[in-house]
Design a protein around this ligand. Structure first.
Ligand SMILES: [Zn+2]
Length: 321
């Protein structure tokens, strides 16, 4: 069962307040509704299509409450959807025309049947009704990725204006949703984990929100542990690289019988470095007499490196001549 499915199950179970029902129905119709001419009778029907049984039940109940004519539900096996069931909830268009106008979905133009793009401000005046509108929108066309992976929540809409209207409504709660065009559809999407968590809460999916946050905490803890380990590994690599370089320099001096020419304080540090290649500078410092700090050891080892660099460049010039 996908996380999207779980969220929809939870949202479909919520019984909306009487004042919110029209907002919820409006967004369900807007996101998942269409107008079809029924084959046999030639009558125009308003249809809500969904793959989600509980959403179909919700649409059925809400339509039944607000339209007098019979509401039908048909279940189709859809080969394109890998044999998933497709639920089609339909009601006669003429008999639901008044409701659709009230919901701000159909224009007042009697000759043309056309969905309006904007959200009717009257039905989303109250905050509770705006929340219900978003709940209906998610049931109609929303999806959310598994929180174990990258965060993503989206709503598929059929048009740019419709997407813009939904995005503005979401953002009226202080969130930052965006609109993107994909394959002739316009998607409203959110990528930020905090925003997605907030929207789950706003829609009323409190169980899903809890699960989302639990996974998020574990995921973020794992990320910060990984970051810490990576950082320590990087530092360790730097330390090892430096030690290898220092040992090469000291060996160069030995091979050229120059080691004994080093001043005593440098020689002492060089010998310790050879004997303890894996100790840190601080630890080496504690073995010298008198005890030296990290910077003192670092300074001496750098002196050795620069002596060797000078010798090597002179040698290079000699060879050249
Ligand atoms: Zn309300």
């Amino acid at each position: 069962m996908s996380f999207s499915y779980e969220v929809k199950e939870e949202l479909a179970r919520i019984a909306s307040n009487t004042c919110c029902q029209k907002a919820e129905l409006a967004s369900l119709i807007r996101m998942a509704g269409s107008i079809k001419i029924a084959g046999g009778t030639g009558k125009a029907m308003l249809q809500i299509q969904t793959e989600h049984a509980s959403t179909a039940r919700k649409a059925f109940k809400l339509l039944k409450k607000h339209v007098k004519s019979p509401v039908e539900v048909v279940i189709r096996k859809n080969n394109f959807l890998k044999n998933h069931s497709l639920y089609v909830v339909s009601v006669n268009l003429e008999e639901s025309r008044n409701l659709l106008k009230e919901l701000g979905i159909l224009s007042n133009d009697e000759d043309r049947v056309r969905f309006k793009d904007s959200v009717n401000p009257k039905i989303v005046k109250k905050r509770c009704c705006r929340r219900a509108y978003l709940r209906g929108a998610f049931l109609g066309s929303g999806s959310i990725s598994d929180p174990k992976g990258p965060y993503h929540m989206e709503f598929v809409t059929t048009g740019k204006w419709q997407a813009g209207a939904l995005s503005r409504l979401i953002n009226s709660f202080g969130l930052n949703s965006k609109v993107m065009e994909r394959k002739n559809n316009h998607m409203v999407y959110l990528k930020d984990g905090n925003n997605i968590a907030d929207l789950l809460g706003i829609m009323g999916a409190s169980d899903s929100l809890l699960k989302f946050e639990e996974i998020r905490v574990i995921k973020e803890m794992r990320n910060s542990v990984n970051r810490m380990v990576n950082c320590e590994t990087a530092n360790l690599n730097k330390t090892i690289d430096a030690a290898v370089r220092q040992i090469e320099c000291i060996n160069f001096l030995k091979q050229h019988n120059l080691f004994d020419d080093l001043p005593a304080n440098l020689k002492q540090v060089a010998e310790l470095r050879l004997e303890y290649p894996d100790l840190s500078l601080k630890e080496l410092g504690q073995m010298t007499s008198p005890v030296l700090g990290k910077s003192g050891i670092s300074y001496r080892l750098k002196r050795i490196e620069s002596i060797v660099e000078n010798l090597q460049s002179m040698k290079g010039e000699e060879n050249h001549v």
